[in-house]
Design a protein around this ligand. Structure first.
Ligand code: NAP
Length: 339
């Protein structure tokens, strides 16, 4: 029987601080009828990403948030169930930006067709999707890093950080990763084989930083922000390059942090060590996505870039799975909800 009901998870309230389950509501709406040129698809995989907290509003982000009552946003993988568009056939696998709803309709312009035989479909949400693109763009297009220098990446065991570390390793840099906890440190050292891994949750964090950076930092890829940055910034070499990718530690902040104000010290470092700081946001640079796919697909398919995924089963699990990114229980693997 043809499906007529669409389950959606909508934003019910803007969180104050950390997001919580009651910020979301499940609703049922009719599956829209197809017009000429449109396709109907069913979402089967949902990507869980830190920036989704920013979409909810009331955090540190200055980007527009989604409206209350709209489905929660985010990339998905789906399968075409009906098509009035000659570019798509029933059964085609696609990547969409349709967010947390079981079914969605598109005119096809925002859909990317996937080849399930070329790479596992989930990679379209990970190393061959926004995650990989973020790591590739941030290490390739934003700054010109000193060849062979020391590259530091925070959130190093996470989806973006681990990909950035591997890309820069392939390019001959000395790689230092910062992550939280013994399991993540073991993964970085033993599975990725980076040069040194620093545990920011350890009591000797500052000493670990000093030991790992005898020659200072030439390139810095920031995924986390928060209180670790003032410790790391002291090790910037003259003319060091910093790329700001994200600051997940600050996304739920509603006010400035209490304690020492490190801003004057940062300005001094920028001034006397000529630090070059740049930032980027992938929505503005998607024109380079084909170039990214051409470079990354053989690296991922050939096993030169490895990735870790954790699947959570059930559409209803989406809100709880997003909260895991921020409550300290996340293993560092790319989180994907399977419906
Ligand atoms: P992720 O690593 O899968 O998950 C987040 C990780 O951040 C956690 O595993 C945790 O690892 C760390 N973390 C979370 N809260 C923290 C806190 N309070 N203090 C320190 N560390 C904390 O996330 P991802 O998808 O790879 O994203 C990484 C960064 O890239 C995020 O900041 C994200 O917003 C950003 N991003 C930017 C763009 C862009 O266009 N610029 C696009 C996509 C993603 P540890 O326990 O090891 O620290």
């Amino acid at each position: 029987m043809k499906t007529t009901l669409n389950r959606q998870i909508i934003l019910a309230a803007r969180p104050i601080g950390m997001a919580k389950l009651s910020d979301f509501t499940f609703v049922e709406t009719p599956v829209p009828a197809l017009k000429d040129g449109e396709v109907l698809f069913r979402n089967t995989l949902f990507s869980i990403d830190p920036y989704q907290r920013n979409l909810m509003g009331n955090g540190s982000s200055e980007w527009p948030s989604i409206a209350i009552g709209d489905p929660m946003g985010g990339p998905t993988v789906g399968i075409v169930e009906e098509s009035n568009n000659p570019a798509f056939a029933v059964g085609d696998h696609i990547q969409s930006w349709s967010g947390w709803q079981q079914y969605a309709v598109s005119d096809g312009a925002d859909l990317r067709k996937l080849n399930a035989a070329a790479a596992p479909l989930s990679t379209a949400l990970g190393p061959l999707g926004l995650t990989g693109f973020t790591a590739w763009y941030g290490t390739t297009k934003v700054s010109t890093f000193k060849p062979g220098g020391t590259f530091v990446v925070t959130g190093a065991a996470g989806a973006v950080g681990s990909t950035a570390a591997q890309l820069m390793m392939l390019r001959g840099h000395r790689i230092i990763g910062v992550a939280g906890g013994a399991d993540k440190i073991a993964f970085l050292k033993n599975e990725l084989g980076i040069d040194a891994a620093i545990d920011y949750k350890a009591t000797d964090f500052k000493e670990q930083v000093a030991r790992a950076l005898p020659d200072g930092i030439d390139s810095f890829f920031e995924n986390v922000g928060g209180p670790n940055f003032p410790v790391l910034m002291e090790h910037f070499n003259p003319h060091a390059k910093m790329v700001i990718c994200g600051t997940i530690a600050d996304y739920s902040d509603t006010d400035l942090p209490q304690g020492t104000n490190y801003l004057p010290r940062l300005i001094t470092l920028i001034h006397y060590r000529f630090i070059d700081i740049k930032a980027f946001a992938t929505p503005y640079v998607m024109d380079t996505f084909p170039e990214f796919l051409a470079e990354m697909t053989p690296l991922v398919v050939g096993g030169k870039i490895t990735y870790r995924e954790e699947f959570v089963d059930g559409f209803d699990q989406l809100p709880a799975t997003l909260l895991k990114l921020f409550d300290g229980t996340h293993s560092g693997k790319k989180l994907i909800v399977r419906a």
